[in-house]
Design a protein around this ligand. Sequence first.
Ligand code: FE
Length: 138
Amino acid sequence: MGDRIERSDEEWRRRLTPEQYAICRQKGTEPAFTGRYWNCKDDGVYRCACCGAELFDSRDKYDSGTGWPSFTRPAREAALRTEEDRSHGMVRTEVLCARCDAHLGHVFPDGPPPAGLRYCINSAALDLAPRDAASGSR
Ligand code: FE
């Protein structure tokens, strides 16, 4: 992608909160039912907390009952990339921001029809922005 954003680890550490850094740059996971968006029903566009890229739309958000923000699809396919994650004795599909490689969460094949996907995303990796203002980056 032409607009990739690459920063040093030190720079990310400086720009992010400790929680954002631990989750987005060190592949952490916030405890269920603790993030600021798991129960959020506000309208808008969810942007990457690290680079501002539009990742998800509130219209694709649903209540999965898991305690993490859950979406049926990305705002655009190109906004995300995935990787196989074999950590913690499981095989999961990790979801990352295609623009800055932020760890966002995982995608599971137990979502609602028709696609049947559940994008299980950390609140700390997201920034909800009004639909109108949801363009550009920081
Ligand atoms: Fe990003």
